[in-house]
Structure formats: C-alpha cells, structure tokens
Design a protein around this ligand. Structure first.
Ligand code: CAO
Length: 454
C-alpha cells in the first residue's frame, strides 16, 4: 500500500527566508532516497535538499523564488513498494507529524532506509527547456552574497558541479540557462554533446584542476577519532580554499613603532572606562588602516568578475577576524572613517562578544571592504593571512615586542615597542610597490597618531 509523505526543509542553520533557487523534480517524477529535490541558497551557502524517501513526487509545495526556512513543507511524495513491504514505517496518516519529527539533513537522509525500486529508477528527465541553453552571457554567474564567498565562480548547484567534475567539464566555459545564469545539468550535458558533435572531446579544463584527495585509512597506523566539522568551519574552509587557489597572494611584512601609541592608549584607559569601554590596540589599528585606505583607494576595492575593472568602494567597512570556539568569523565595523576611537572600541567589544555568543547574523558579517586579523594578543612574529574575497587586502597583526632600535642620529640603540604587520594582497589588483607604500604610510600613522586627524 502506498503512503503519502511530506518532505520538510531540514535543519539549515540559523537562516530564515532562504531562497528556493532551483526545483530539481516535477510532479510525477520518480525519486530515489538522497536524490536532490530543490536547491536553496542562503547568504552563506548553496545547498541541495535530498529526498529522505524513494517514491513518486505527488505534489511540489514550493517554486523557484519562494522563501523557506527549517520546517517549511517542500513536497509530497508517494512511497510505493517500500512502505507496502513495511520498510518505510511511515503511513500516510502520520506523514506530517513524521516529517516534522524527521529533520532529514543530508546525513540523516543518507541513513534512511534505501527504498529499492525507486532507487534503481532512471534519473528523472530535466524540465528546463534546452532551447534556453546558451541564452545567458558566458561566465555571467553572479557572485554569492557572503563577503567570504565573492570570488568569481560559475553559478551552479553542488550536483551540477559533481556532474561537471565527473565529465571533466570546466564550468567557467559553460553558459548557464537557469535563473541568474545558473548552470543547469542540461547545460553541462549540452556542452559535452556540442563538443562531441564538433568531433573532439570536451575542451580541456582551462585552469588548474586539482586531483581529488585520496581517501586514507588512518586507522592502519593507530587509533583515531573522527570529529565532524561544524557549519562555520565547513563554510570558512570552503571559502578560504577558494580564495587561496583563486587569488595570487603576496604578503608584505613590516614593523610599526607603537611606543607612543601604547603610552597614549594606556593614559586613556580610565577615560575609556568611564565611557564603559576598553580602548584596545585593535581600535587604533582599524582607525589607522581606514585613514590609509582613504589614501590608497585600490586597497578598498574588489576586482570585477571579468577581471577588467575594479570596484572602488567609497565606504570603509572593516572586517575583524574573531576567533570563537565555533571557528573563525568576521564581523564588520561599518563606516570606521566616521567613527571615533572610543566608538570603534565599544563596537568591537560588542561584536566580538556577539561572535563568541554565536549571535552574529548574516548582516553583521556582510559588506566588509578590508579585513584585519589580529593574533597579537596571543603571540607570533608574522603570518600570511588569506585575503577575504572579494576584498583585495587583509592586514595581519602579530605580537608587539619591546626591542632595541638603532637611532643613527643619537648613535645608540633605544628600546621601542615594535608591532609586526603582515599585509596580504591580491597581486592582480595591487602592485608590490603600492603595498610597501601602504605599509609605510600605516607605520607613519601608527608611529605618530596625530596623523589620524590629518
Ligand atoms: N601585541 C601585543 N599585545 C597585544 C596585541 C599585540 N598586537 N594585541 C593585543 N594585545 C594585548 C592587549 O594589549 C591586551 O592586553 P591588556 O589587557 O594588557 O591591554 C590583550 O592582548 C588582549 O587584547 P584585546 O582585548 O585588545 O584583544 P585583541 O584586540 O587582541 O583581540 C580579537 C580581539 C577579537 C581580535 C581577538 O580576540 C581574536 O579573536 N583574535 C584572533 C583572530 C584570528 O583568529 N585571526 C586569525 C585569522 S586567520 O586564521
């Protein structure tokens, strides 16, 4: 006997109003367990929602453009033989409740009992008209919204990427016919068909293609423990990896003499306290970096996806890397050029607390134009930070140390508090000479903070 089961949006994190950007099945389609039903896109990620059941799609409860959240109904699926055989113990009458109780994230769906007849069924035919293929501009896929996601990329769902990988197709060569020029399965298949019709294999990938990482059984050599990465770490790993392989990074090192700055900061500690805040070194760094960014606009820009122009931002929103138990997050201090040091310090304290309480919303992390990553409270002499794309530069700060500095005019060494700076930048946008000019100016501002008011 068939059972009618409802599929709900599983736990997708703290996102409400996530867009449905693709519906991958249609009523009447036969689906297998784990077969993707829809693609959702939040500000941070694109994810496909798999079917927890094998059966036939009776009804779709969403369409492209709808907004959903955890628990929103997606589809009704008629489960056939598996239920009749008692392998899927969810009768139709209990469907809604059972679906509510079944968060069905990808991992759980994978663990669901395989419903064999449907699992063997052929993949459903695509419904997008092939005639649309090629209508969109090549490579015109929009950037994703997150500040960590913005490097140029073909716009395609994970299953389309998987298919492209399997077929050896470079997605940047494929025209997308879906909404917002999204590349669909049909587009990839059409690309291969066209290449074969031209009498040759698909064009070799244009860029670097990494071989898949081998699966290694570490238990062969000793005891191990598998720790799942949480969502923040998974997302930042993906974005850092993308930035690392797509941006030609160079890191410029320098040191700023912050002896006087530190003396001033300490002398203002009580005053800051009376304002209910702590005047931190980082607040000075944000202000100083902003003053220098105003002088060097390309450092406050993003490279256009076609690589032919930069978008210079006239606003100064500083991302601050904050280390939390959950992973690295980058909340943004907006309009640092228009704020005083005490305001910046107070906002910084509030944002890093919010980060550690895991209460940052997507808006708190969006729109950064330059990032500062300070490890100076912990230690280290220098490091090479990864540019937070689509930004083009990031300032790493290590631990300030009191050191003897040679003063030629006095013919002596003097003890000075020296702050190591590591400026990583996108060499497609910034030349080495400008990077040195930037750090040199930053040293000047930090060395004499009267420059902050110039
Ligand atoms: N050199 C020497 N001492 C420093 C320093 C530096 N560069 N920066 C901060 N300190 C000292 C401060 O003076 C302070 O000591 P006092 O209490 O005596 O004043 C102490 O370290 C703590 O500093 P703070 O409260 O001002 O915090 P912070 O500015 O160092 O850092 C924050 C704030 C949110 C940036 C930090 O907590 C953090 O998360 N850092 C890690 C960022 C990170 O992981 N980046 C890596 C990204 S790449 O993986």
């Amino acid at each position: 006997m068939a059972a009618l089961l409802q599929v709900l949006v599983p736990d997708i994190g703290d996102f409400d109003d996530v867009d449905v950007i693709e519906v991958l099945v249609a009523p009447g389609d036969r689906v297998a367990v784990e077969q993707s039903l829809v693609t959702l896109e939040s500000e941070k990620a694109t994810m496909e929602i798999p079917s927890p059941y094998a059966g036939v799609v009776k009804e779709l409860l969403v369409a492209v453009g709808d907004k959903v959240r955890e628990g929103s109904p997606l589809a009704m699926i008629t489960v056939e033989e598996a239920a009749a055989a008692g392998k899927l113990a969810v009768p139709a009458a209990k469907a809604a409740r059972a679906a509510e109780a079944t968060p069905a994230p990808a991992a759980k769906a994978r663990a669901a009992p395989a419903a064999e007849p449907a699992a063997k069924a052929p993949a459903p035919p695509r419904r997008e008209p092939a005639a649309q293929r090629g209508a969109a501009e090549r490579g015109a896929g929009p950037q994703e919204g997150s500040p960590l996601l913005g490097t140029r990329r073909a716009h395609a769902s994970p299953s389309v990427r998987r298919l492209a990988r399997e077929l050896g197709v470079d997605l940047s060569l494929v025209r997308g016919s879906g909404p917002k020029s999204r590349i669909l399965k049909d587009d990839v298949q059409g690309f291969v068909r066209d290449a074969l019709a031209r009498g040759g294999p698909p064009a070799p990938p244009a860029g670097l293609v990494l071989p898949p990482a081998p699966h290694v059984d570490f238990t062969k050599w000793g005891e191990v423990e598998v720790r799942q990465l949480n969502k923040v770490r998974r997302i930042s790993a993906r974005n850092l990896h993308r930035a690392w392989i797509s941006i030609p990074h160079v890191t410029q090192f320098d040191e700023a003499d912050i002896t006087d700055l530190e003396a001033f900061r300490r002398s203002k500690a009580d005053e800051a306290k009376s304002h209910g805040t702590k005047l931190t070194l980082l607040a000075f760094l944000i202000k100083a970096a902003t003053v220098v960014l105003e002088l060097f606009p390309p450092f406050n820009s993003s490279l256009e996806p076609n690589g032919e122009a930069i978008v210079v931002k006239k606003y100064f929103h500083n991302g601050i890397a904050v280390d939390t138990e959950n992973g690295l997050v980058v909340p943004v201090i907006r309009d640092a050029d228009r704020k005083g040091l005490l305001d910046i310090a107070a906002e910084l304290a509030a944002l890093s607390q919010k980060a550690r309480d895991r209460k940052l919303g997507p808006e708190d992390m969006a729109g950064g134009t330059f990032t500062i990553s300070s490890l100076g409270g912990i230690g280290g002499t220098a490091f090479t930070p990864i540019v937070n794309a689509p930004e083009v530069a990031i300032l790493g700060v290590s631990k300030a140390e009191m050191r003897p500095v040679w003063r030629g005019e006095a013919n002596e060494f003097v003890p000075r508090l020296m702050l190591p700076l590591s400026l990583a930048y996108d060499h497609r946008v910034i030349d080495g000479a400008d990077a040195v000019r930037f750090t040199t100016r930053l040293k000047t501002v930090l060395g004499d903070i009267r420059n902050l008011i110039l």
